[in-house]
Design a protein around this ligand. Structure first.
Ligand SMILES: NC(=O)c1ccc[n+]([C@@H]2O[C@H](COP(=O)([O-])OP(=O)(O)OC[C@H]3O[C@@H](n4cnc5c(N)ncnc54)[C@H](OP(=O)(O)O)[C@@H]3O)[C@@H](O)[C@H]2O)c1
Length: 395
């Protein structure tokens, strides 16, 4: 089902507004002239933040109430959370409440239940699979556009992949996306908690036209870079990057159904990547060993107690990434490579999500269901918005 226009009064609700990323997104929305509704689980924090913006509207809801009450989140759970958040048809729900595997299901169900549009900054493959395969069809019926993974994970790879597919023409069958980190990327409290929870989880890749699970960091690809990448020699052999959880295996085949193989890699610092690959074996073993799995789960739960922390502006500006998309034909011959480069992934996340939320609220997205960023906004507009948010094509 298509949607053409939302009401002029569409509300933008930021769930997780008091967190590190939620605060950045709120600031960008306000700077762009919006008056978002601030939603969170701690009333005093949400009110204090709203007061700093001249009294924005607030609402209080706890996603854990819904997750803990029912193992399976159904449409009724979604509808009850939508009521708490004050969401209606055509409104926009921006969620920064992670880890999304733990808290995300009722939130995206809330949007789908009432036909509200939805954006999140999830970087978790299993959650993306849930949105694309299970919630997407319900959203298509209710008129909601769902765009999970709408931050630095995984807008750059979706955009670079779409540009590489355009350049490659119809022969492209395989696409590898590499995120090469530059500088020391400081982590926010939510990123740390999410990473800890995901360390023993497999990643999801497209192989032979089928989505399959592979151990994290087990495979290595090389990506060539003309610029200096911290700690890496690069050169003609390129920079090694290890298999990582990505959104691209879900979003890129939607643009090019003939693709049979899509995977996402992370790299940047040569030594770090070798350690990461070596750790892949014990980590996937840990998953099968209950006491160690319990220890990791306890560490992840403990990390969840801290929220709202992260690198300051100066530290963020020192970090960046080059994002590669390599398109190959069925025989593995390279057809096209596109490289994007940007600094400060957290600022990028906040700016691009604010831009997307503004468009969804204005009713300019004419599609419903689970969408990738290029699906929703088109490659030209998305490339312009990404450049304005600090991520540009190079080379
Ligand atoms: N894709 C990307 O590039 C990208 C970028 C940034 C972040 N992320 C992801 O986004 C998520 C958030 O990261 P962050 O560092 O912003 O997190 P954070 O600072 O820890 O903030 C988490 C937010 O969620 C709220 N919250 C926690 N549990 C909740 C619950 N049960 N119900 C409702 N709200 C709840 C917290 O409320 P309180 O303030 O009351 O504690 C806080 O507002 C993580 O999963 C992270 O990996 C992704």
């Amino acid at each position: 089902m298509g949607i053409t226009s939302g009401p002029m009064t569409a509300r933008i609700v930021v769930f997780g507004a008091t967190g590190y990323t939620g605060r950045l997104v709120t600031a960008e929305l306000v700077a762009a002239g919006h008056r978002p509704v601030l939603a969170g689980r701690t009333e005093t924090r949400v009110r204090a933040l709203a007061a700093a913006y001249d009294g924005l509207e607030t609402t209080v809801a706890d996603a854990a109430d819904v997750v803990d009450a029912a193992d399976v989140v159904d449409a009724a759970d979604g509808a009850s959370l939508a009521r708490l958040l004050g969401l209606g048809t055509g409104d926009v729900l921006v969620s920064t409440v992670g880890p999304f595997r733990r808290f995300g299901r009722p939130v995206v169900a809330a949007a789908a239940a009432v036909g509200a549009h939805y954006l999140d900054c999830s970087g978790e493959g299993a959650f993306l699979r849930h949105v694309f395969t299970e919630v997407g069809p319900r959203a298509a019926a209710s008129g909601a556009a769902l765009i999970p993974g709408a931050g630095f994970d995984f807008v750059p790879g979706n955009l670079a992949g779409a540009l590489a597919l355009q350049a490659a023409g119809g022969e492209a069958r395989r696409l590898d996306v590499g995120y090469l980190v530059m500088g020391a990327l400081g982590m926010s409290s939510g990123t740390r908690a999410t990473l800890l929870a995901a360390l023993t989880e497999p990643v999801i890749v497209l192989r032979g036209g089928v989505l399959v699970e592979r151990p994290l960091a087990r495979e290595v690809r090389s990506f060539r870079s003309s610029g200096k990448v911290t700690g890496g020699s690069g050169g003609r052999r390129g920079h090694p990057a290890v298999l990582w959880s990505g959104g691209e295996p879900f979003t890129l085949p939607r643009l090019a159904p003939a693709l049979t193989d899509v995977a996402t890699y992370i790299g940047g610092v040569d030594r770090g990547i070798r350690v990461g690959q070596a750790l892949s074996f014990p980590l996937s073993g840990l998953r099968r060993f209950p006491p160690s799995r319990a220890l990791l789960a306890a560490a992840a739960r403990s990390a969840l107690r801290t929220t709202g922390r992260g690198p300051d502006r100066a530290a963020r500006a020192r970090a960046g990434a080059q994002v590669f998309a390599l398109a190959r034909d069925a025989a593995g011959r390279e057809l096209a490579t596109v490289r994007l480069e940007g600094r400060d992934p957290y600022a990028f996340t906040a700016r691009i999500m604010a831009w997307m939320a503004g468009h969804l609220a204005a009713g300019t997205v004419a599609r419903a269901g689970a969408l990738g960023p290029v699906d929703a906004f088109g490659v030209e507009d998305l490339e312009r918005a990404a450049a304005a948010a600090g991520l540009r094509r190079v080379g």
